[in-house]
Design a protein around this ligand. Structure first.
Ligand code: GLY
Ligand code: MN
Ligand code: MN
Length: 436
């Protein structure tokens, strides 16, 4: 992402802000893994979206129309010794020269400088509850200002949810965001193909996870957008199975839900296929049903559809199919009304995707499902899960867990499947795996 893109976003936000206002946005804190080992640092998506700044211990401040500086970045100072141990820092000079801040101060000076900025403003755009440490400081600063009332200093009267504005902006992806998402999906699709080729009876789930990660990392995406789910047979029926610890037996299906992050943008792809490369009759019947539901749902991804249309299309196909296969009994409209399908298809058909895998943005506006518009990106991921022991369901369907998931962008005249490089028809899968 270019510095101009971040600048454009800050300008867009500042245009929406009311007069006499200030926006304050903290960086994510570092998370400790154990003792003195930290998790790899991942900036908060809102913070990074506006700043492009990936260091911890920083606070971004926007004050539209302020003469001296509209964008102020508080961040760590340069420190030769610390940088030698822990990595480079931009410092105040870098904040201005590299990251386009109009002014920058050491993070240690926040307590002294920010209250003075707050005093001048009537409204504060701030996401309360996201950073408890800054929430506490904010209360102290506001109380401090209130105590000065008799000296004629009033300070802010209004708090406005900054996240609400940012999340609406983030829902509409720009050209460069779509490019990053397409790259993420391409790398993930290539990695999925590698896993498909490596899959064979007797291999461990974690070996396939390793194949996936290897391809992503060498493709330029070192981080995953979420923990990969690699589950065979009954493990495929556990929606968020991440232990990935079992051996894959001949005759089972493998469900792999994995996606890398590229330039802070997520991909989220699921494929399900036979460990031995050849679908059994019952696996194929259920697989083709889920695939049909996925096609029907993807067809609904276009401007003018509303958020729930793809889900409704998927549950219709799935319910009808389950009745035809004798897994559900009754009339299709009644079964849909009573949500009978939920026993085997218990999640929704998708979610927004962007910088976060389950991305931000409202699904309803004024109580109604949101209309799809160009630039929005969502996943389409119907599934069916029939664990062993499912009462009233013939044994031949047991231990079958299937999900098929793609990332789909809404375009002006329909949609574009970002993850289309990854095959999903029975014929394509069997051909690629060569039946082993
Ligand atoms: N990988 C998580 C999901 O599909 O929502
Ligand atoms: Mn998903
Ligand atoms: Mn997924």
């Amino acid at each position: 992402m270019t510095t101009n893109e971040f600048k454009r976003r800050r300008r867009q936000l500042m245009r929406m802000m009311e007069p006499s206002s200030i926006a304050i946005l903290p960086a994510a804190p570092v998370a400790v893994r154990n003792r003195d080992v930290e998790y790899p640092y991942r900036p908060d998506s809102d913070f990074y979206y506006l700043t492009g700044f990936a260091e911890p211990e920083a606070v971004a401040v926007l004050i539209p129309e302020r003469k001296h500086a509209e964008y102020i970045l508080f961040c760590r100072e340069r420190d030769q010794e610390k940088e030698m141990w822990d990595g480079r820092r931009a410092g105040q000079e870098g904040a201005v020269e590299i990251y386009g801040a109009d002014d920058s101060f050491p993070i240690g000076d926040l307590n002294e400088i920010l209250p003075r900025m707050l005093e001048q403003c009537g409204r504060v755009y701030y996401a309360m509850g996201c950073n408890l440490e800054l929430d506490k400081q904010m209360s102290e600063w506001i109380n401090g200002i209130r105590n000065k009332a008799r000296s004629g200093i009033n300070g802010p009267l209004e708090f406005i949810a900054l996240d609400h504005y940012l999340h609406d902006m983030r829902l509409y992806k720009s050209r460069s965001e779509l490019k990053a998402m397409r790259t993420a999906a391409k790398i993930s699709a290539k990695a999925h193909k590698r896993v498909m080729k490596a899959c064979r009876p007797g291999i461990m789930e974690w070996e396939l996870e390793a194949e996936f990660m290897h391809e992503c990392a060498t493709g330029g995406a070192r981080h995953q957008a979420y923990s990969p789910i690699v589950g065979g047979g009954e493990n495929g029926c556990v929606l968020h199975y991440t232990e990935n610890k079992d051996k894959l037996p001949d005759g089972d299906l493998l469900l792999i839900d994995a996606g890398c992050e590229f330039d802070y943008y997520a991909s989220d792809i699921t494929r399900t296929y036979p460990v031995n490369g050849k679908f059994s009759e019952s696996q194929r019947l259920l697989y083709e049903l889920v695939l049909k539901a996925q096609h029907a749902a993807i067809e609904k991804v276009k401007p003018g559809s509303h958020w729930d249309d793809p889900h409704q299309a998927a549950i219709k196909v799935i319910t009808k199919g389950l009745v035809e296969l004798g897994i559900l009994k009754g009339r299709v409209p009644n079964l849909i009304k009573n949500e009978a399908y939920k026993r085997f298809y218990m999640h929704r058909t998708g979610h927004w995707i962007g910088m976060d895998v389950h991305d931000v943005g409202d699904y309803k506006v004024d109580g109604s499902w949101r209309l799809l518009e160009p630039g929005m990106v969502l996943t389409i991921e119907p599934g069916l899960y029939i664990p062993a022991g499912s009462k009233g369901v013939a044994k031949k369907w047991w231990d079958i867990g299937i999900r098929i998931e793609d990332d789909v962008a809404v375009t002006r005249d329909g949609h574009d499947i970002l993850s289309k490089d990854m095959p999903k028809s029975v014929q394509e899968i069997e051909a690629l795996m060569g039946g082993r």
